[in-house]
Design a protein around this ligand. Sequence first.
Ligand SMILES: [Zn+2]
Length: 77
Amino acid sequence: MPDCDYCDASFADEDAYLSHVGSEHADELGRIDRRRAAEHGSLEDDDPPAPIMAYLFVALVAFFMVAMVAYVIVVGV
Ligand SMILES: [Zn+2]
C-alpha cells in the first residue's frame, strides 16, 4: 500500500498513487517519480508523445505526391 512521499495520503494501489502525485504534486516531483507518473499518464505537463500519426500522414501525402509526379512523367499526361 503506497504512501505519498509529498503529503500524508496513502493509496490502495500504485495506480491511485501515481494518479495522485501526477495531479497533486506535479511541480514537486523528483526525477524518478516524475518519470513514473509520466509513464502512468497522469502527469499533465509532460512532453506529449511523438505525434506518430502526424508523421505518418505527412509521409503518406509525400508518397502520393511523388507517386503522382512519377505517374505523370511515366504516362506523359
Ligand atoms: Zn500527495
